[in-house]
Design a protein around this ligand. Structure first.
Ligand SMILES: NC(=O)c1ccc[n+]([C@@H]2O[C@H](COP(=O)([O-])OP(=O)(O)OC[C@H]3O[C@@H](n4cnc5c(N)ncnc54)[C@H](OP(=O)(O)O)[C@@H]3O)[C@@H](O)[C@H]2O)c1
Length: 270
């Protein structure tokens, strides 16, 4: 798995990580065990960057249980998602307790109340409990505000949606991030799953085989990561088999312009 420098965070991250929205919002012994097996598989495959949030129900707790006795092997990105500073502080205490007192990348979820939360995250960073501070948004209508936050110079990474059907970030967000050396975490690489509508034939995938791509999902992930401005993509999955398949897209060789165009055409057919 290729490791990439995540902007000014000071972190080197694997090209494939994992999201936990819905997939890790689980209860009960069997479901929690399954989440742990996915984490085991991710570790084995080198996909050791995980994203979560207090917005995702049980996900932070379940992820915390799966990593606690080997915390150093992972990079944990989570978020504050709160209307008030007091609620944000309560979330931070909870999140830090799930992840052995350390959060690698602490993000402001959907820019909610970002000014107050940014000050809190900077204090936690000064105390050594947070390594880097970031911000996320999933809507292009919020990108103007996201640009303003990037221009404060106070965040080292952003998390944004980018995939074959959702390419608004190419216009202003990715160029600005490159100018300011802000790291990029890519959410929703499969558009929440809707981009995986079928399976291309062996013949259709043949031009991508020299790039180590054998499935549509690998093609979609490699399409994202072949833009060097995108350092880590975080597909979510509830399956160890899917985790292993996704991780294989995190190594070179990367696509050139021709292969990226080919994947765009291929994806339109599914
Ligand atoms: N505002 C924000 O900050 C924000 C917003 C949205 C998302 N996020 C983050 O981004 C992460 C990823 O986005 P997402 O969860 O919305 O969607 P996604 O990763 O684009 O898609 C997830 C879906 O893809 C399926 N999938 C994964 N690997 C597969 C494979 N190899 N073959 C077939 N299906 C596969 C999963 O089903 P299976 O379970 O069957 O594998 C799941 O239904 C989230 O989990 C979250 O951490 C952040």
């Amino acid at each position: 798995m290729e490791k990439r420098r995540l902007g000014r965070t000071g972190m080197f991250v694997p090209a494939i990580g994992m999201g936990t929205w819905q997939t890790f919002d689980v209860r009960g012994e069997t479901a929690v065990k399954n989440a742990r097996s996915i984490v085991d598989m991710a570790l084995e495959a080198g996909a050791t960057f995980f994203d979560s949030s207090p917005m995702y129900g049980e996900a932070e707790r379940v992820l915390g249980l799966a990593v606690e006795e080997r915390r150093d092997a992972f990079q944990i990105a989570t978020k504050v998602w709160a209307d008030t500073a007091a609620e944000g502080w309560a979330q931070a205490k909870r999140s830090l307790s799930f992840f052995c007192g350390l959060i690698d990348l602490y993000q402001i979820h959907n820019l909610l109340n970002w000014e107050e939360h940014l000050a809190m995250l900077e204090r936690l960073q000064d105390e050594g409990k947070v390594l880097a501070v970031g911000a996320t948004h999933y809507l292009s209508s919020a990108f103007a505000e996201l640009r303003r936050v990037m221009e404060t110079g106070r965040i080292a990474a952003i998390q944004i949606p980018y995939n074959v059907e959702q390419r608004e970030v190419e216009r202003e967000i990715l160029p600005l991030a490159a100018d300011l050396d802000i790291g990029i975490v890519v959410m929703r690489p499969f558009g929440g799953g809707v981009l995986i509508r079928g399976s291309p034939s062996m013949e259709e995938l043949a031009p991508l085989k020299p790039f180590g791509v054998n499935t549509l999902t690998q093609a979609l992930l490699k399409w994202i990561l072949s833009d060097p401005r995108c350092q880590v993509a975080i597909p979510a999955t509830s399956s160890t088999v899917h985790m292993a398949e996704n991780a294989l897209a995190g190594s070179p060789p990367w696509f050139g312009t021709d292969e990226r165009d080919y994947v765009l055409r291929l994806a339109q057919r599914f």
